[in-house]
Design a protein around this ligand. Structure first.
Ligand code: GDP
Ligand code: IMO
Ligand code: MG
Length: 444
C-alpha cells in the first residue's frame, strides 16, 4: 500500500536531510524535491564515498526509484546538467531516473547577477545568501513574469518572454546596480540548446506522483533548507525565498496535503546557521568552535564556515508546530561525544521576561538571551552506533529530554555521516499499511 514521508529541516538548514532522504528512499519508489534550488547542498556518504547534491533529489542514487523535481523549485539548467553529467561520469545512470515538472521556474543568469549585486550593495546588512539567484528567481515567479520549464518548448513565445524580462532586469542591473547587462540573445541560445537535453524528462509531476500513490507505491518528499529559513515562519528577512515547511510539500508537487502522511523533522543534536541573521544560542568561543571542528561545519554549497551553538528548543518547538511533525530524527549525536556537560536552550530572556516563543522582530530576537538547562555529557564514542541499548545512559537521557521538551518522539538517531549509521527506534514507513520485512528488520 502507498504511503508518503515528508522530510523537513527543523533548524537553519544542513541538519543532515540528504542522508535521511537517501536512507529512507531505500524503502520507496519515488522521491520528490518541492522547493528551493541549487542553494541547497545535501551530502550523502555511501561506503565512504561522498556525493553532494544541489538540485537532484537525495534519493537519486537508488536504482529503480523515480526522482522528481517538483513545480515549487527554481531550476538553473546549466547547474542541473552539470550535476547530472558528474553522476553520469561516475557511471550512475541518473538520466533514466529523473523527471522535471513542466511548471518549475527557470533560474536565469539575470537572477544570479541580481542576487550578487544586491548582496554587495547591502554591505554589512547583507543576508549572506548563497549567491545562486534564488531570491530574484522566486520574485519573478510571484511577479508573474518568470519563465517556466514548459515555456522552453514554445520557441516563438520564449523569445518574446525572455526579451521582455531581460529588458527589465538589464535596466535594474545597469542603472541601479551599475553592473554589466546580460545579452538575452546569448541567454536564449543557451536555453534552447540545454532544453533539448532536459526535454525527455519533462512531465506533469503531480499526475505522475498521484498515479504512483494510487498504484500503492511509497513516496519520499524532500525539503531543502529548514523551518527557520522559511519565508513566512523563519527569521525574516534573514531567510530564503521559499516556504521550506511541510505544507509546501503539497503545493510544490501538485499533490494535496491529504497525501502527506508522516512528517519527519530532522534536527541536529546542536544548532548551526550559515549566513547572517539572529541565532540566539550561537557560541563564538568555548563549545562553538569545538562543535564546528568535530561536526566539520562548512557549507556544502558555498564552503562558508557555519556558525555553531547549543540546541535551541524554542526554535524547535516552533518548527514542530509549523510543520505538524509526526516524529524527529536527531543527527550528529556523535559530535557531542566529548563534552563534560551539554546545554539545551529551553526559553529566552528578553527585557526581564521569560519567553517560550521567539519574538517576531529580528532586533528583539537578537536581544534575547538563552536560558539553558544543563545535562551531563557521556564522554565516550557514539560514532557509528546503531543500537539504542548500546548508547551511554547520558546520551539516552539527552535524547529523551529533547523529545519531552518538544512533545514529539525521536525515532531515528544518526551517529556518523555514512548511510547506514542510524539507530532506528521506529521506522517512518512502519505506519505504512503493508510493511516489508526489510523495514521491520531494521527496527529494534
Ligand atoms: P543537509 O543540507 O541537511 O542535507 O545537510 P548537509 O549535507 O549540508 O550537512 C550535513 C553534514 O553532516 C554532512 O557533511 C553530512 O555528511 C554530515 N552528517 C550527517 N549525519 C551525520 C552524523 O550523524 N554524524 C556526523 N558526524 N556527520 C553527519
Ligand atoms: P540545505 O538544503 C543552510 C541560507 C543562506 C542565507 C539564506 C538565504 O543544504 O539545508 P538564499 O541563497 O537561499 O537566498 O540564501 O539561506 N541557505 C541555507 N543555509 N542550508 C541550506 O540548504 C541553505 N539554503 C540557503 O546561507 O543565509
Ligand atoms: Mg546542506
Amino acid at each position: 500500500m502507498s504511503f508518503s514521508v515528508v522530510v523537513i529541516g527543523t533548524q537553519w538548514g544542513d541538519e543532515g536531510k540528504g542522508k535521511v532522504v537517501d536512507w529512507l528512499t531505500q524503502q520507496a519508489q519515488g522521491v520528490v524535491r518541492f522547493q528551493g534550488g541549487h542553494n541547497a547542498g545535501h551530502t550523502l556518504v555511501i561506503e565512504g564515498e561522498r556525493s553532494v547534491l544541489h538540485l537532484l533529489p537525495s534519493g537519486v542514487l537508488h536504482e529503480g526509484v523515480v526522482s522528481f523535481l517538483g513545480n515549487g523549485m527554481v531550476v538553473s539548467l546549466p547547474d542541473l546538467l552539470s550535476e547530472i553529467d558528474a553522476l553520469l561520469a561516475r557511471g550512475i545512470p541518473v538520466d533514466r531516473r529523473i523527471r522535471i515538472s513542466e511548471a518549475c521556474q527557470v533560474l536565469l543568469p539575470y537572477h544570479i547577477a541580481l542576487d550578487q549585486a544586491r548582496e554587495k550593495r547591502r554591505g554589512h546588512a547583507a543576508i549572506g545568501t548563497t549567491g545562486r539567484g534564488i531570491g530574484p528567481a522566486y520574485e519573478d515567479k510571484v511577479a508573474r513574469r518568470g519563465l517556466r520549464v514548459v515555456d522552453l518548448f514554445t520557441p516563438q513565445r520564449l523569445e518574446a518572454q525572455l526579451f521582455e524580462l531581460a529588458e527589465y532586469h538589464n535596466f535594474v542591473l545597469s542603472r541601479y546596480y551599475e553592473q554589466p547587462e546580460i545579452d538575452p540573445k546569448v541567454v536564449l541560445a543557451d536555453l534552447v540548446s540545454l532544453s533539448e537535453r532536459i526535454q525527455p524528462w519533462v512531465c506533469d509531476v503531480g499526475a505522475a506522483l498521484a498515479q504512483m500513490h494510487a498504484d500503492g507505491q511509497r513516496l519520499v518528499f524532500e525539503g531543502a533548507q529548514g523551518a527557520a529559513l522559511d519565508i513566512d515562519h523563519g527569521t525574516y528577512p534573514f531567510v530564503t525565498s521559499s516556504n521550506t515547511t511541510a505544507a509546501q510539500a503539497a503545493s510544490g508537487t501538485g499533490l494535496g496535503p491529504g497525501y502527506l502522511e508522516h512528517i519527519l523533522g530532522v534536527t541536529k543534536a546542536y544548532a548551526t546557521r550559515v549566513g547572517s541573521g539572529p541565532f540566539p544560542t550561537e557560541l563564538l568561543e568555548g563549545a562553538g568552535p569545538v562543535l564546528a571542528e568535530r561536526g566539520q561545519e562548512r557549507g556544502a554549497t558555498t564552503g562558508r564556515p557555519r556558525r555553531c551553538g547549543w540546541l535551541d528548543v524554542v526554535a524547535l518547538r516552533h518548527s514542530v508546530q509549523v510543520n505538524s511533525l509526526t516524529s524527529l530524527c536527531l543527527t550528529k549525536l556523535d559530535v557531542l561525544d566529548v563534552f563534560e556537560t551539554i546545554k539545551i536552550c529551553t526559553a529566552y530572556r528578553h527585557e526581564g521576561q521569560v519567553l517560550l516563543r521567539a519574538p517576531i522582530q529580528v532586533d528583539h530576537l537578537n536581544a534575547c538571551v538563552p536560558i539553558y538547562e544543563e545535562l551531563p555529557g557521556w564522554k565516550s564514542s557514539t560514532a557509528g552506533c546503531c543500537d539504542w541499548r548500546a548508547l551511554p545512559e547520558a546520551a539516552q537521557r539527552y535524547i529523551e529530554r529533547i523529545a519531552e521538551l518538544v512533545g514529539v518522539p525521536i525515532t531515528l538517531i544518526s551517529t556518523a555521516p555514512d548511510r547506514e549509521a542510524f539507530i532506528v527506534r521506529s521506522h517512518p514507513f512502519q505506519d505504512a499499511p503493508s510493511l516489508t520485512e526489510t523495514v521491520l528488520d531494521v527496527c529494534e
